[in-house]
Design a protein around this ligand. Structure first.
Ligand SMILES: Nc1nc2c(ncn2[C@@H]2O[C@H](COP(=O)(O)OP(=O)(O)O)[C@@H](O)[C@H]2O)c(=O)[nH]1
Ligand SMILES: [Mg+2]
Length: 152
């Protein structure tokens, strides 16, 4: 019986502790102002937030920068694959010297979570393919397929 009373008291103490914690968190939450940023896709919502962080907070850490670097690599690979596919589908002529790399690009496989690092060698090859008049023409015809408009 005595033990039961002790247990009850302990439970009450724990419950009070939890209530106090909830109250504290509620007060903290009241201090936070929430802002909803609306707009169609690609209208600049994320960019505005990034600019706020740069201008009014502490900017980006090395870790965050490295994450962006991987996103940039991914976007470059995505773009060159898209352009290579477009060249094939739109029957656009590509210079003979670029045929081998074009084939290579068409065979690139990317796992959704996998980020590809771009080596110096790969970057030189991508630059050379990007200079190809056929690839430039595909870029000009970008409205005929889906490519991010900041890819150039
Ligand atoms: N020219 C121009 N481009 C912008 C501006 N804000 C964003 N962008 C570009 O528009 C694209 C989409 O921006 P993003 O912030 O990702 O749009 P979200 O989809 O609304 O988050 C990116 O390529 C941005 O670099 C702007 O003020 N001027
Ligand atoms: Mg966004």
């Amino acid at each position: 019986m005595k033990e039961n009373k002790k247990e009850k008291k302990l439970k009450q103490l724990i419950s009070n502790e939890i209530d106090a914690q909830i109250k504290k968190e509620k007060a903290e939450r009241r201090k936070i102002s929430k802002l909803i940023l609306l707009g169609s896709g690609d209208c600049g919502k994320s960019t505005v937030l990034k600019q706020m962080k740069i201008l009014h907070k502490d900017g980006f850490s090395t870790e965050e920068r490295n994450k962006f670097l991987l996103i940039i690599y991914n976007n470059i690979i995505d773009a060159i694959i898209t352009l290579a596919k477009a060249a094939k589908e739109l029957n656009v002529d590509i210079e003979t010297k670029n045929h081998e790399f074009l084939k290579e690009v068409l065979n690139f496989t990317k796992e959704p979570e996998e980020s590809m690092c771009i080596s110096k060698e790969l970057s030189t090859k991508i630059s050379q393919l990007w200079q190809d008049p056929g690839i430039k023409l595909c870029w000009e015809r970008g409205n005929e397929f889906n490519i991010q408009d900041n890819s150039n």
